[in-house]
Design a protein around this ligand. Structure first.
Ligand code: ADP
Length: 481
């Protein structure tokens, strides 16, 4: 099926598919082959300006659209996505590399954000109360924050889109969406689905570009964008926060992670191995929630490491489109070279390679599942997101030592705890400096839960009951009475 051929390749502005200025295009490549998959319109700053104008023009009408109508558009889009699972999954696999089975999982996950926020659209409430001195009534309304700029990464091209579009649509905000240049096709397919589901023109505008910095900075300075919702690296997040300061644009930031896995001596090892495999290998390790540092109690470390190594060695590496493949290619050559240099650095700092660890020859951006033991605290990967299929295992002796090591990072997105002790589970969950904890599980992502980090992993939460809050402003009306 020529799935990439059917997807729109133009900019989506004011409800119309349009070429970029001067007909510019960017290349979307298949990381399994390195070959070009499609060419997509490459927005200029002027194109993005037109998109922001369209979002601003559509804002009043969209804010006045009944919540039920907004919710039902999301609900229809949810149904269309589910019905087209196979083609969307294949498209994602082709442009991003993940195995088809995982791409199907992402389609389901992505669709659920629309279902969740279709239900939240009609539950935007406010407040009415009496001031303590009895002299005033306090009326509180919640209104859409206004046109939003959404910037998404390449690792979950569909779900990171729906996780931002869902609450924005529910809240009554219009949008300019800039997808990652590696994976614009999934986002363009999503825009077409939303249009089919009845989203009015101008509410969602999509501008793929190879010049993210050049396109985004003027938008944030221009005064039309009221909120930025960004998912990406901490490094870029810091730049964008500084740019937002200039015009006091509201921000939601989902940034990097450096997740620790803590396996205690009282853990069920079957559960710990299974959970670690999931936390490590989902998306080939290309996730901000990926297990980056695995701390295991000394008494079980040997058995744990050899079981993880056996599981990793048994995984099938190959193009995500092929049946039976567990591990697809990484996103690009730079990505796999970074993984390779982190592994070499860990080995230079004394780590032992139990399996993998060798950069294969091309074609394709493959890296083998790798297990390292005895990883030193000084190895670069302890303070760098690996973003690849490398499990780095370190031993510990006490709970205190494990917690100190886990918290010894500027990031704080998620931690994973494996123990059968209820006391320890609660104690360690409370003391982990993270926004999320996986307790005897390697998967925390859930549209009904608040996803987000503390420290330099971000600001705000996406999904859950509070996921819509960042798209709403409170307005207070004082009423003498
Ligand atoms: P990664 O390293 O995983 O690609 P990035 O933070 O570089 O993560 O990218 C996440 C998103 O941010 C992508 O859509 C990318 O195009 C965009 N981006 C990168 N640099 C900038 C920038 N200077 N300004 C705005 N957006 C940017």
């Amino acid at each position: 099926m020529n799935v990439a051929g059917h997807v729109p390749k133009q900019l989506f502005i004011a409800g119309a598919w349009q070429d970029a200025e001067a007909g510019r295009t960017l290349s979307v490549d298949d990381p399994a082959t390195g070959k070009e998959l499609a060419r997509v319109a490459d927005a200029s700053p002027a194109d993005a300006e037109r998109a922001a104008d369209a979002a601003a023009a559509a804002q009043p009408g969209w804010a006045a659209t009944p919540p039920r109508v907004r919710g039902e558009i999301l609900r229809r889009a949810y149904e269309i996505i589910v019905a087209r699972t196979e083609e969307l999954a294949l498209l994602m696999t082709l442009e991003m590399g993940k195995p088809l089975e995982q791409a199907r999982g992402e389609v389901a996950y992505a669709a659920e954000f629309f279902r969740w926020f279709s239900e939240e659209a009609v539950r935007i409430d406010g407040g009415f109360s009496t001031a303590p001195d009895g002299g005033n009534r306090i009326l509180v309304l919640r209104q859409p924050v206004g046109p939003c700029l959404l910037i998404t990464p390449w690792n979950f091209p569909l779900a990171m889109g729906t996780r931002k579009i869902g609450p924005a649509v529910a809240a009554g905000c219009t949008m300019v969406l800039k997808p990652a240049p590696q994976t614009p096709l999934s986002t363009l397919a999503l825009a077409a689905i939303l249009a089919e589901a009845g989203l009015p023109g101008g509410v969602l505008n999509v501008v793929p570009t190879s010049d993210a910095a050049g396109v985004v900075e003027p938008l944030l300075r221009g005064g039309q964008i009221r909120k930025l919702s960004f998912t990406g690296s901490t490094q870029v997040g810091r730049i964008l926060l500084a740019q937002c300061a200039g015009t006091v644009v509201r921000t939601s930031m989902e940034l990097g992670g450096n997740a620790a896995v803590l396996v205690f001596d009282d853990a069920d090892l079957d559960v710990a191995v299974e959970g670690t495999m999931l936390a490590k290998m989902r998306n080939m390790g290309e996730a901000c929630t990926a297990a980056n540092r695995i701390f295991v109690h000394r008494s079980v470390a040997g058995e744990f490491a050899s079981r993880v190594a056996a599981r990793m060695a048994a995984l099938t590496v190959g193009p995500g489109t092929e049946p039976g493949v567990d591990v697809g290619p990484l996103i690009d050559d730079a990505g796999r070279r970074k993984v390779d240099s982190l592994v070499r650095d860990a080995v230079a700092h004394g780590a032992e390679v139990l399996t993998g660890g060798e950069l294969p020859a091309g074609p394709g951006c493959f890296y083998p599942p790798t297990v390292l033991t005895g990883v030193s605290g000084d190895a670069a990967l302890m303070q760098t997101e690996i973003f690849g299929p490398v499990a780095a295992i370190t031993e510990f002796d006490t709970e205190e030592e494990a917690l100190a090591a886990a918290n010894d990072t500027e990031w704080g997105l998620v931690g994973y705890v494996f123990t059968r002790s209820l006391d320890r589970a609660l104690r360690v969950s409370e003391r982990l400096e993270t926004g999320m904890v996986g307790l005897n599980t390697g998967l925390v992502s859930n549209p009904a839960a608040p996803f987000g980090g503390v420290k330099q992993s971000g600001l705000g939460r996406e999904g859950g009951r509070t996921g819509i809050d960042g798209f709403l402003e409170e307005k207070y009306v004082a009423i003498p009475f």
